[in-house]
Design a protein around this ligand. Sequence first.
Ligand SMILES: *Cc1c(COP(=O)(O)O)cnc(C)c1O
Length: 359
Amino acid sequence: MSQIYNFYAGPAVIAKEVLERAKEELLDFRGTGMSVLEISHRAKAFDDVMVEVEANVKQLLGLGDDYRVLFLQGGASTQFSMVPMNFLPEGRTADYIVTGSWSQKALKEAKKIGSTHVVFDDSENNFRRVPQQEELQFSEDPVYVHMTTNNTIYGTEFHTIPQVNAPLVADMSSDIMARPIDAEKFSLIYAGAQKNLGPAGVTVVIIKKDFLDTAQEVNATMLKYATHAEKNSLYNTPPCFSIYMVNLVCQWILEQGGLKAMEAKNRRKAQYLYDAIDQSNGYYIGHAEKDSRSLMNVTFTMANSDLEKEFVAEGEAQGFIGIKGHRSVGGLRASIYNAMPEEGAKALAQFMADFQAKH
Ligand SMILES: *Cc1c(COP(=O)(O)O)cnc(C)c1O
């Protein structure tokens, strides 16, 4: 097979070393003579994975004993409901920074639960940027502030964490562990694994213990964070294989040099593609404003939009898979998560220049 580069937005590329490791271990997990796909979630060998993965996530993010890491199901989309169900009591208001479709969806679910306040909403300009601190007009005493750190569809990303006077809750589905962050500034972080952490099927929730203690009663056991915290994410059968894969991905990131090394590589990859856009004399048009550009999702259209279909088709023929843009932006999108090798981004940038020369 010729070289394939996977630019899908999610599920997305997983490091080859991780897939190789999973393949090696698939039939005999840690000497049990059984596959990780078939052992009990209460077996010792699996319990070891749970302990390791929580420790690895915390180590990578620089978090200590005042945080818990939970492994839940239902995707990031279920977190849109769980956050307000647990943390938005009657008589209080939750603030939402709306920077794309995913924050809109989070807001929509919160509105069903209680009172909300929109801090910023740039939908009019099709979400080309994230706000500056001065633009953030918070409500008087929000119970929490919700943000989306990276806007997967629009290709924008916060480069600094907003200053807030309330617990900060973040959907980091598409940029968790892409760079070092001051994770302690967040009371709750959630991320569907299928972009930067592994396969679909598990959502990682990182929650500060003292914030968890403020949760209200929830009338559905499975939708209560406390249930999962008390049982170490083993209240019911967890998505064992996905969790095991997240652990392998965390080990891989650590072996690569941690989040600093990820960031350095991610910056180089993004640079190749943004340079290809900026040096094209308007042939390619970046969707995001420059200072809001994402390191993970590079979104662009073509001045001659008739050529976009051909760009996708020719790209696919040359091994660049998943470069068609999301329907809300149109055009093209290259998702270059942690596991995308540098050569992949470089090769796509070269393809962009070649395509321009040819057409
Ligand atoms: C993909 C994505 C989601 C949706 O995740 P699911 O796990 O499919 O529910 C939510 N937020 C962001 C930022 C995403 O990129």
